[in-house]
Design a protein around this ligand. Structure first.
Ligand code: ADP
Ligand code: MG
Length: 300
């Protein structure tokens, strides 16, 4: 017997490096008319590097001290930024003290007890952070400088007070711009960028990959990504979300279809998604959409 078109499409998708979890998923992917892409780990390689280590003057910390504290707190995290911080500390051969009581907030950052003190590493300038304090003003200034250069800035806090800022940068995947163009050609709409990172780093990546400035949504918490997907659906769009992180899992579940990036992806994202890019090539996403459309033409 010949294989039914949807199963045959799943087999072909597998050869393109995409694991499609069911025939229903394969069929639904062909209905997608709007693609929303996550930034870090999806449009970028997901292996950022530390570009700047800036202890605050009043903290009494050296650059190595700051990196040691941040890396100790980040050590239990699977986030790409956390891995970059730990790698930078290892490259400097810093000894990392043990972290206790680790917690992470997707889209925000991590907190842990290191040497009896509470160390937090995360996005600068969230509303709950006090701002009239000069240390905060200084940290915000340093973070702004790094963000103006298109980098990601994270603030390191000790017992609530900022003690320094780290800069990080990630490269766009080499195939990112071609993928954006292929998705635009397939769906008739340029993809949308949804990211928890700052608006300047997001705008730079959008410009580099051919995403329109109006289609960039930055500074999003996981629930904001869900809201963005729901708003598109309310406008009659059939949305595919492509993401990699724990922070993307709720939006992967909310979207009509969800695809996770396998190499960099968190376990939660891989479980929640309808399909997984197992070979680390973003071009697999337009390829699988095209396969689904072709299979659909054979089914009807
Ligand atoms: P994206 O949507 O681009 O994949 P995330 O939602 O994972 O980004 O992260 C958004 C922002 O939250 C980061 O740019 C960073 O400021 C902060 N953040 C998240 N996780 C961490 C972490 N482990 N360490 C430091 N900062 C973090
Ligand atoms: Mg991500």
């Amino acid at each position: 017997a010949t294989m039914p078109p949807l199963l045959s499409a799943i087999a072909t998708a597998g050869r393109h490096g995409v694991l499609v979890k069911s025939a229903v998923v394969m069929e639904r992917l062909g209905q997608v008319d709007t693609v929303a892409l996550d930034k870090t780990g999806t449009l970028t390689e997901g292996t950022p590097r530390v570009t700047a280590v800036r202890p605050l003057g009043g903290s009494g910390l050296t650059g190595d001290d700051l990196l040691t504290l941040a890396a100790a707190a980040e050590h239990p995290s699977e986030h790409p930024l956390a891995r970059a911080v730990v790698d930078a500390a290892r490259a400097r051969r810093l000894h990392l003290p043990a972290a206790e009581e680790f917690t992470s907030a997707p889209g925000v950052g991590v907190t842990a007890t290191v040497g009896g003190r509470t160390i937090a590493v995360g996005a600068p300038g969230r509303p709950s952070d006090g701002t009239d304090d000069p240390a905060w003003a200084h940290a915000a200034y340093l973070a702004g400088e790094l963000e103006d250069a298109g980098h990601t800035a994270v603030v390191v806090r000790r017992d609530g007070a900022p003690v320094g800022v780290l800069g990080l940068a990630d490269r766009p995947r080499p195939e990112a711009a071609a993928t954006v163009a292929a998705l635009a050609a397939l769906t008739g709409r340029t993809p949308i960028l949804l990211t928890g990172d700052n608006s300047r780093a997001a705008a730079r990546l959008a410009a580099e990959t051919g995403i329109a400035a109006d289609d960039v949504h930055a500074g999003l918490l996981p629930e904001d990504k869900v809201r963005a997907v729901r708003r598109l659906a309310a406008d009659g769009r059939t949305v595919l979300l492509v993401g990699d992180g724990v922070n993307d899992a709720p939006a992967l579940a909310a979207a009509h279809s969800g695809i996770a990036m396998g190499r960099v992806g968190s376990d939660l994202a891989l479980e929640t998604a309808d399909a997984v890019v197992v070979r680390d090539e973003l071009t697999a996403v337009p390829a699988v959409l095209a396969l689904s459309r072709a299979a659909h033409r054979l089914v009807v």
